[in-house]
Design a binder for this molecule. Structure first.
Ligand code: SF4
Length: 269
């Protein structure tokens, strides 16, 4: 039993991380390095310093605060105390708590306790995941997860390795297992210009989703130019610096493509 974990944010009134009004708890640590990640401060498991000294305010002067530690150690009870504050909103809207990251399953023992405690309190649980952990970890937590938001990025394994730094074999196997076990799943597809929005990848994703046990709803997550400043603050390379956002027309084309294949599709979370 893991009583403490590293949390880097708790977002109240989240409307795009599952049904209804939710509180999203962001756990630190992720084994992927997606080129388009807008939470690069989540990658390392341990707390880290973000440098704000180059940030300027509206008057073009440098900000006074020059750094901040990202990530703090919290107990299960401390997290649940925050989550429970908005129970009234969850009840009225059909919402609950969402665990995200990073990859929340990197801290799977802590996550398991958070999930168990949430369920004890009658709170709907959602897990936003890249799927990149061992199957046994999914087996240990899946009884306590009401809904999985499961990322499917790239089907070609070499492309997946190139753009995320890891193979997708484990990720796809875990999704197949969860789908076969009748877990509730929404498939999230990050639409990244020139990377995952190619005709070739979209056809492969559609064909792959057809092989699953259930026909899962799809949420398209178009690339947004957000989080860029975080790369500067953390002094790490931003490989997407010169990439533009997709047009509404292109996003609609992709939506229609999946709809024409019989999927229920939503743009955004
Ligand atoms: S899986 Fe999510 S948190 Fe991890 S690197 Fe990719 S986008 Fe970032």
């Amino acid at each position: 039993m893991k009583e403490k974990g590293i949390v880097f944010d708790i977002k109240k009134y989240a409307l795009h991380d599952g049904p209804g009004i939710r509180t999203t708890v962001f756990l630190k640590g992720c084994l992927l390095k997606c080129w388009w990640c807008h939470n690069p401060e989540s990658h390392k498991l341990e707390p880290e310093v973000m440098n704000f000294s180059e940030d300027k305010n509206k008057n073009n002067s440098y900000l006074r605060r020059s750094s901040k530690v990202i990530g703090k150690s919290m107990t299960v009870n401390e997290v649940l105390k925050e989550v429970e504050k908005d129970v009234i909103f969850y009840d009225e809207s059909g919402g609950g708590v969402t665990f995200s990251g990073g990859e929340a399953l990197v801290q799977h023992e802590f996550l398991l306790e958070l999930l168990k405690e949430s369920k004890k309190r009658g709170i709907h649980t959602t897990l936003d995941t890249s799927g990149y952990v061992e199957q046994e970890i999914f087996e240990s937590i899946s009884n306590y997860v009401d809904l999985f938001l499961y990322d499917v990025k790239l089907i070609d394994e070499q492309d997946h390795i190139k753009y995320t730094s890891v193979s997708n074999a484990k990720i796809l196997r875990n999704l197949e297992m969860l789908s076969s076990n009748e877990n509730e799943i929404i498939v999230r597809i990050p639409l990244i210009p020139g990377i995952s929005d190619t005709e070739e990848n979209l056809i492969l994703v559609s064909q792959y989703l057809f092989t699953l046990n259930q026909k899962h709803e799809i949420h398209l997550l178009p690339f947004k130019k957000m989080g860029e400043v975080k790369y500067k603050r953390l002094n790490i390379e931003n490989k997407m610096e010169n990439v533009l956002q997709l047009s509404d027309e292109r996003i609609n084309q992709v939506k229609e493509f999946f709809e024409s294949n019989g999927f229920t599709v939503k743009v955004g979370g």
